[in-house]
Design a protein around this ligand. Sequence first.
Ligand SMILES: [Cu+2]
Length: 178
Amino acid sequence: MNRLLLFIAANLLLASVSASARAEEIKAGDLVISQAWSRATPSGAKVAGGYLTIENKGSAPDRLIGGAGDIAGKVEVHEMAVKDGVMTMRPLDNGLVIEPGKTVKLAPGGYHLMMFDLKGPLKQGDKVPVTLEFEKAGKVPLALDVQGVGAPAPAGADGAGGHMEMKNMPDHPGMKMR
Ligand SMILES: [Cu+2]
């Protein structure tokens, strides 16, 4: 019995250590943002995606309406979806709503930040500062943790989210990653 308790305690301790080592949380009003990350870009690439998890702990919806960063000429909020068998992306003109009590994940293959006109390559290990803009929470500075080329998810995550190749995107002229 005692041994079992010890075992459980040790596991809890390990779990909390790895969770805190994994990613910082950013609090902005009622929002908690975590696991902000991006991928290393091949040299010459002009676009990159940005991914993060946003939790709304408040009682009213908020809306991610845009972003900005020194690394990019323009940052947009995008949605990726399969339409008529073709993978397409489009900017969310009205922003991305985060309902109260809900968690929205921006991840490869779904919602994402799109950084255009990159001023330089993103390198693995970099922390890229960007500022997100929410309707209620306002401007929220954070850093995207740059993972390796083709990383499907942030380091230490459960590997959720499929691997998405950014090519053959008819909605994004000139958007070739390789
Ligand atoms: Cu996009």
